[in-house]
Design a protein around this ligand. Structure first.
Ligand SMILES: [Zn+2]
Length: 256
């Protein structure tokens, strides 16, 4: 009984996630005691801290107010990252119930974020897919494109997944050539951002135009063009690394 009380008293932030969504009552990440929130803390796993308080993951669906983690993006970067970690881990556990080598049931490791096969001994870690994202500058202009995957009319920088056996730098040159037909120079790393849709790591770069004419890949892009930084179209929301890259490039352009 003491143990039970202890579990209901467990306090912190709660990521309840399944099927790539998480529980956001009134659009907020819930904070409080497990018992008061009606959560089963026995199934919880600590995934980090926010404002000095623990953050717990419970891999389960709530009956209402399950939402996409993107809802937290513009509100708080740190909270978005932590909740995104929870959603990503929940998805990892959901997709690793059986061993890919021998088909046996797997168990979650107590020591680390991993799944273990007791039958063949294989150990699985969360899959993370590196992706480059790149802002290209030509004098006072920036290359922005409308991507086929975006339903809203929004202009952003180029991006693409790293292929097997490829460096980030090679990927940047290849993706830019494939999508826009131009070559770039002075490639510079800027920053990275975990992007839990479903498990990317965005690696951001800036570069300068080198040669070629824009010739888009219609499978990836609807359009692409050079935009003067004083007359930009609708760009991605605050909190995204694309937005940061565009803002960094605006500063570089104004220094021209
Ligand atoms: Zn196995």
């Amino acid at each position: 009984m003491v143990e039970y009380n202890h579990m209901t008293e467990q306090e912190g932030w709660w990521v309840c996630s399944e099927g790539r969504d998480l529980w956001l009552p009134q659009g907020q990440l819930p904070y409080g005691k497990a018992g008061e929130l009606g959560l089963d803390a026995e199934r919880a796993r600590k995934i980090g801290e926010y404002q000095g308080r623990p953050c717990w993951l419970i891999c389960q669906q709530q009956p209402t107010e399950m939402e996409n983690v993107r809802r937290l993006l513009g509100i708080n970067k740190q909270l978005f990252q932590l909740a995104g970690r929870g959603v990503q881990l929940a998805e990892f556990y959901r997709s690793h119930r059986w061993c890919g080598y021998c088909g046996a049931t797997m168990n979650r490791s107590e020591k680390e974020f991993a799944c273990l096969c007791d039958h063949c001994g294989e150990r699985y870690y969360p899959q993370i897919a590196p992706c480059i994202i790149i802002a290209i500058r030509k004098g006072r202009k920036i290359l922005l494109a409308q991507h086929q995957r975006h339903k809203q009319p929004i202009f952003t920088v180029l991006a693409g997944f790293v292929e097997a056996g490829e460096t980030l730098e090679e990927c940047a040159h290849r993706e830019v050539m494939e999508e826009s037909g131009i070559t770039i120079k002075n490639l510079r790393y800027v920053a990275s951002q975990p992007w839990p849709f479903p498990h990317s790591l965005m690696c951001a770069f800036t570069a300068e135009y080198d040669s070629g004419e824009i010739d888009i890949d219609p499978k990836e892009l609807k359009s692409a063009d050079w935009f003067d930084v004083s007359q930009l179209p609708k760009i991605p929301e605050i909190g995204t690394i694309a937005r940061r890259l565009i803002e960094d490039t605006i500063v570089l352009c104004r220094e021209e």
